[in-house]
Design a protein around this ligand. Structure first.
Ligand SMILES: C[S@@+](CC[C@H](N)C(=O)[O-])C[C@H]1O[C@@H](n2cnc3c(N)ncnc32)[C@H](O)[C@@H]1O
Length: 535
């Protein structure tokens, strides 16, 4: 093992990485996006997945729980992290996931072929020769129609973040203890974030703005912010690459660029038409065009999907590719009452406030059907039928319209939503069995109960992270499907009375438990809404 790799191994052993589930690495997400781009990816239910640099398996373990018939292998350099992950696997009694201590440079063909390969937060955090081995392993181990996900820090955003990193490393020079280094770096970031002034030059203002942005990412991480800083800002290797360099590296290994997982980023959105024309005239390829957009957007991080170079990619999204998929969306119309029969434009918004304008009655009706089914995904073909019925009942003259014409119109609109923001609509080939509302004895996954015991973040059934307050954390730990409302209320009341859970009812008075039942009900409904409850 080379010296730098040995240093990295020590560093991750000393301060394990605060990993989590990354929604866009889930095979279901990759497969759905690949299908939209004209590929025929391996079926998700029985797939084989490799994660390179899996740390303690925080991404791989929830994925493996969600696909019990599929097989998962994670490799990582750090024995401590692998041991931590294995303990969780053992506690949960899982048999479809294996974590191995391996340097990516030393992996041969013994692990076999994989339908989906993931390397999140590894590529630009290892030296160039290791990056090359990672790409070579991806090429060698990826099944013929498989999809690989690789994320990396990128330019131009990292020119400024790199300047911040240099400053933090400078401030912490000579300090050995990683936690103390993180504390110093954090103090420096705070100072810089507050340092902008009228007299600051453009570079200083830039630096202050980026410091503020970095600071807010860290505050969202709460108690994990030090571990994040140790590795993401202060680690011995952090070598961002431009998108064009990355795509060229993949091409050298016989892999081609498929898409960014954040699909709207591949489109020239938010730019003036003249600017789009200009960058098109500079661009000699689609890769070039995205590279110019990265420059204009100050891109810092990419999550790129790759496939073999023999695969045909069809970049124009077509509604017919939604056949066989399921759709989930939660948007509400701004205008009430909603006229489902008319064709005037109506703005729908999701819970993040992202807007989507719709005029077709079939789409308005479909969005209402999806909101009612949320968070469950509905088969696209069933959605067309349900939305037609709903629109006709509301007076729309769609009774005699061919289902294929309605599917084209609705499909086109749903793809337009996806191309606006991936948070507006999601497509699935293997949707999770999620409960729409809390049943008599509500239940979360055993993993969510375990996660709630140890921290503020739990993984939902769409492989996304949900943050919980102390009250929610306690409640989630009791949701094993054995307790009815009365039992839950008794358990929570006991915990509040014993001072284990802070509780301040609606009126803010901690002593009163009068509103407890209603509060529990409200939290259970929220858990259902954020896809934490299993059927
Ligand atoms: C920044 S962390 C990311 C962890 C995890 N993938 C995530 O994103 O939450 C990088 C991980 O790559 C691992 N790593 C670094 N060099 C490696 C190598 N040569 N072979 C295997 N794993 C390596 C580290 O041990 C560490 O767990």
């Amino acid at each position: 093992m080379d010296d730098i790799t040995a240093m990295l191994r020590r560093s991750y052993d000393e301060a394990p990485y605060p990993g989590r589930a990354y929604a866009h690495t889930h095979p279901d997400y990759m497969a759905a996006l690949a299908t939209l781009l004209g590929l025929n990816p391996p079926p998700v239910a029985h797939c084989r997945v490799l994660e390179i640099g899996c740390a303690a398996g925080s991404n791989l373990i929830p994925m493996a729980l969600s696909l019990p018939e599929a097989t998962f292998v994670g490799i990582d350099l750090s024995p401590r992290q692998i041991a931590d992950g294995r303990r969780i696997i053992e506690t949960l009694g899982m048999t479809n996931v294996t974590l191995l201590v391996r340097d990516v440079q030393e992996v041969g063909d013994e692990l076999g072929q994989f339908d989906y390969i993931i390397a999140h937060g590894v590529y630009s955090w290892v030296p160039a020769p290791v990056r090359d081995r990672l790409m070579a392993l991806t090429k060698r181990s990826l099944a013929s129609h498989g999809i690989a996900y690789i994320s990396y820090n990128t330019y131009p955003g990292w020119h400024i973040l790199g300047a911040l990193r240099d400053l933090m490393i400078y401030a912490a020079r000579g300090v050995e203890d990683p936690r103390e280094r993180a504390r110093i770096a954090l103090a420096l970031l705070d100072m810089l974030a507050e340092s902008d002034s009228e007299n600051a030059n453009a570079f200083h203002s830039f630096l202050a703005a980026y410091a503020g942005q970095f600071r807010s990412v860290l505050s969202r991480l709460g108690s994990l912010s030090h571990a994040f800083l140790i590795h993401d800002a202060l680690e011995v290797v952090n070598e961002p690459v431009s998108f064009a360099q990355f795509a060229a590296h993949a091409a050298q290994h016989g892999l081609q660029y498929l898409s960014e997982t954040e699909f709207p980023m591949v489109l020239p959105l938010g730019l003036k038409p003249e600017t789009v024309d200009a960058i098109r005239s500079f661009s000699r390829s689609g890769i070039d065009l995205e590279q110019y957009m990265d420059f204009l957007r100050g891109r810092q991080f990419r999550q790129t999907l790759l496939c073999h170079d023999h695969v045909t990619v069809r970049r124009t999204l077509r509604p017919e590719r939604l056949m066989g998929m399921s759709v989930a969306a939660l948007m509400h119309p701004e205008t009430q009452p909603l006229d489902l029969a008319g064709s005037e434009w109506v703005v729908f918004r999701n819970l993040h406030g992202v807007a989507f304008s719709v005029s077709a009655p079939i789409t308005k009706a479909a969005l209402i059907c999806l909101a009612e089914a949320s968070p469950r995904a509905v088969a696209f073909e069933d959605l067309v039928v349900a939305a037609q019925r709903r629109a006709v009942a509301a007076g729309a003259s769609l009774e005699d319209t061919e289902p294929s014409a309605l599917a084209r119109r609705l499909g086109g609109d749903l793809l337009r939503a996806f191309a606006t923001a991936t948070s507006l609509v999601s497509f699935h080939l293997h949707p999770p069995a999620v409960a729409t509302r809390p049943g008599e004895r509500p239940k979360v996954t055993p993993l969510a109960r375990l996660e709630a015991q140890h921290g503020e973040e739990v993984t939902n059934l769409y492989h996304d992270v949900i943050s919980l307050d102390p009250f929610d954390r306690h409640l989630v730990q009791s949701l094993d499907g054995r307790h009815d409302r009365r039992a839950l209320e008794e358990m929570m009341a006991a915990a509040v009375t014993a001072g284990e859970v802070p509780y301040a009812g609606d009126d803010g008075r901690a002593a009163s438990l009068a509103g407890l039942a209603a509060d529990i009900e409200q939290r259970l409904n929220w858990f259902a809404q954020v896809a934490l409850l299993v059927e």
